[in-house]
Design a protein around this ligand. Structure first.
Ligand code: PHE
Length: 342
């Protein structure tokens, strides 16, 4: 019997050497210490074949062997667990000094950036944003804006007609009529929108973006217009930029003005951008024509208004020195990535 004890011990001592993981230790341990099928457990079943006077010492020997084996396996379990932990730490080690992977995030299209910037400036002055319609009828786009059929001013805008009555909006000015019909003064709105004209060259595209501004209240004058536009150009083109108004003509404003901005490239001395004049034309504006107010049921003796129309492509091209409008529509990532104001 003693021989059998020795064999089991030796088997454990030898077997333990090759074990590589906690799982292997667990499986190997089961062969000896499993209550039912383990080799040490089975020794107890031999008890009935042992002479009664030797049973006590036999039982003790089995228990000693069991305790010895349990202690070996417990030790082994400990070492194995700490080895495995070390292995895991080594595998999962993070080098905190390694430079992070650069995360690329897209940016808004320059026109959208400009649109948001302008909205920011004017909402700071209390303007409310109203979206413009892309399809208009002839009345809102022209007639109500004091441009009836056969009016020569219709030639100023090459219109895409969808039917004799409907057309693609040629200007955001129709928003003036929609707003004044729906709401009485005081009115202070900004209307961004897409507009369409049959025009296509380096600085014109058949679809472009405008932003209409309209203020109607008592005693609104050209001074209010100039004050607001000065604030606008300073925010977009920098401190010290100013505007000048030149007489112009639009059927829906009287008087009408063309607004120039002092050249932000040369500070007014004269350069290529301003063609030596020190000024750059940026938008059309004026005092709302009395007839337009009356068309919308607003008494022109009591109220007056100012309106302006900003071409977003034009102000964006000027700000970033873009000389061809196509660059804004081709969506070439290499170009667009260079224009990020945020
Ligand atoms: N609607 C004019 C245009 O598209 C611009 C404008 C708007 C002029 C408002 C005066 C007042 O050319």
């Amino acid at each position: 019997m003693n021989e059998k004890f020795g064999e089991i011990k030796q088997e454990i001592v030898d077997g333990i050497k090759g074990l590589q993981s906690s799982k292997a230790v667990y499986e190997f341990k089961k062969q000896f210490l499993d209550n039912k099928a383990g080799k040490i457990g089975l020794l107890m079943k031999e008890m009935k074949n042992i002479a009664p006077e030797e049973r006590a010492s036999f039982g003790k020997s089995v228990n000693d062997l069991k305790e010895w084996a349990q202690a070996r396996f417990a030790e082994l379990d400990e070492t194995m667990k700490s080895l495995e932990l070390e292995r895991r730490y080594a595998e999962e080690k993070i080098d905190v000094t390694e430079p992070g992977a650069e995360e690329k995030s897209g940016n808004l299209h320059p026109i959208t950036q400009m649109r948001n910037e302008i909205i920011d400036v004017f909402s700071g002055m209390g303007f409310e944003v109203v979206e413009n319609k892309e399809i208009e009828n002839d009345y809102y786009n022209f007639t109500a804006l004091n441009t009836p059929k056969d009016h020569p001013a219709r030639d100023m805008q090459d219109t895409f007609y969808l039917s004799p009555e409907y057309l693609l909006a040629t200007q955001t000015s129709a928003a003036q009529i929609h707003t004044m019909e729906a709401k009485k003064p005081p009115i202070k709105i900004l209307c961004p929108g897409k507009v369409f004209r049959s025009d296509d060259d380096a600085t014109h595209s058949p679809m472009f973006h405008q932003m209409e501004g309209l203020v109607v209240d008592k005693k609104i004058t050209l001074c209010d217009l100039k004050g607001m536009l000065d604030e606008f150009v300073q925010k977009i083109y920098g401190e010290g930029t100013t505007t000048r108004l030149r007489p112009s003509y639009f059927p829906f404003t009287e008087p009408s003005v063309e607004v120039d901005v002092s050249c932000f490239e040369c500070g007014g001395k004269g350069c290529k951008l301003c063609k030596g004049t020190g000024w750059i034309e940026i938008l059309g504006a004026g005092i709302v024509n009395r007839k337009v107010l009356a068309n919308c049921g607003i008494d022109p003796d009591q109220y007056s208004g100012l309106a302006f129309g900003i071409g977003l492509e034009r102000v964006t091209m000027l700000k970033y020195g873009i000389n061809n409008i196509k660059l804004l529509f081709e969506s070439d990532i290499k170009v667009l990535e260079q224009i990020d104001n945020n």
